[in-house]
Ligand binder design. Structure first.
Ligand code: HEM
Length: 298
């Protein structure tokens, strides 16, 4: 039985997820046949639970992937159909890169990067390629959002619009600054050879909490940005558009984009908060650093 439990421990069998078997007493109960049967039933039950948990994860993950694609598609359609498309010439068309890059980078790619470790397929072997993939996706998200900020700062300076006056810009700039800080600290703490294990143990819960907070803040920035943009552009009689308050098709579409972004964020946060979907972590002795290019079995 001990051997069976050993085989089923989360570290050996990622398929069992985090359904731990601690409540099975592995010393006394193993001696009797009757209790072995009971334990087998319990192990089977835990197996079934783990399979169900894995299936519900994959449904959630699929939903998250589809919502992300829908968010990017909708923000592109909004910018091209209603806001005149894209250019890089300090005009209003340059501004359109801002929502597209912020939603693609700081919401969708960021969300995908955040849930990467929860995919059971990534649990089996060496964690290092997934660490690099996580850091790489986050770096790409950061770069896209920096280019998205450059787009709006340039437009503002060309049109002599004051910088950083709105609550949207305050929330937005703080989010990007926190994200940049999180990336640098995460890179130093989890990927550099010189970082001590004790630092990583302290850093991890902070990293997870700040990661979820950054996503929440970037969703707040997107919602306020969408709202501000609609208020600026849908002025009714002034520029030949219908007023925002009359809910023209553009407003319905952009409001729906906002709802999609919120739902995407909620699904990501749901995935991150389910303890049964966490990657089973090895003991502290396994957390000792091994250089990134060293083979797992060495
Ligand atoms: C995480 C996502 C976002 C972040 C971090 C962010 C950040 C920022 C920042 C820092 C500014 C100030 C630029 C300046 O002062 O020159 C700004 C401006 C602006 N953003 Fe965003 N933004 C985000 C998403 C969006 C979205 C989705 C929209 C929707 C269209 C949007 C609309 C605007 C508008 C209209 C302005 C100009 C007015 C203002 O400065 O508040 N933003 N954004």
């Amino acid at each position: 039985m001990q051997q069976l439990i050993g085989q089923l421990s989360p570290k050996r069998s990622p398929n069992l997820g985090n359904f731990r078997l601690q409540h099975l007493n592995t010393t006394d109960e193993c001696r009797s046949e009757a209790t072995t049967d009971k334990q087998n039933t319990e192990v089977k039950y835990l197996h079934d639970m783990a399979t169900m948990s894995r299936m519900s994860f994959y449904w959630c993950f699929l939903l998250c992937a589809c919502l992300g694609v829908a968010c990017v598609a909708c923000v592109c359609v909004w910018s091209s159909q209603w806001r005149g498309g894209f250019a890089w010439d300090s005009s209003a068309r340059q501004f359109n890169w801002h929502p597209v890059l912020m939603v693609s980078g700081l919401v969708v790619l960021y969300g995908y990067g955040a849930v990467l470790y929860r995919v059971p397929l990534t649990w089996g072997g060496d964690k290092r390629p997934w660490k690099l993939a996580h850091a790489g996706l986050m770096l790409l998200a950061l770069l896209l959002s920096i280019v998205g900020l450059c787009a709006v700062f340039q437009v503002h300076s060309a049109k002599q619009i004051p910088a950083l006056y709105s609550i949207h810009s305050w929330v937005g700039i703080c989010t990007v600054a926190l994200f940049a800080m999180q990336w640098v600290v995460g890179f130093g703490g989890f990927l550099l050879p010189c970082s001590p294990v004790s630092l990583r143990v302290v850093l991890k819960p902070l990293h997870v909490w700040l990661g979820a907070s950054i996503l929440t803040l970037s969703i707040a920035a997107c919602i306020s940005g969408i709202n501000e943009n609609l208020i600026f552009n849908l002025k009714g009689t002034v520029n030949g558009t219908q007023p925002y308050s009359s809910l023209p098709p553009e407003a319905v579409f952009a409001n729906s984009l906002g709802v999609l972004i919120v739902v995407f964020g909620l699904v990501v946060l749901r995935i991150l908060s389910n303890r049964n979907w966490e990657r089973p972590e090895p003991g502290i002795q396994d957390a000792v650093y091994r250089p990134l290019l060293q083979e797992e079995n060495e």
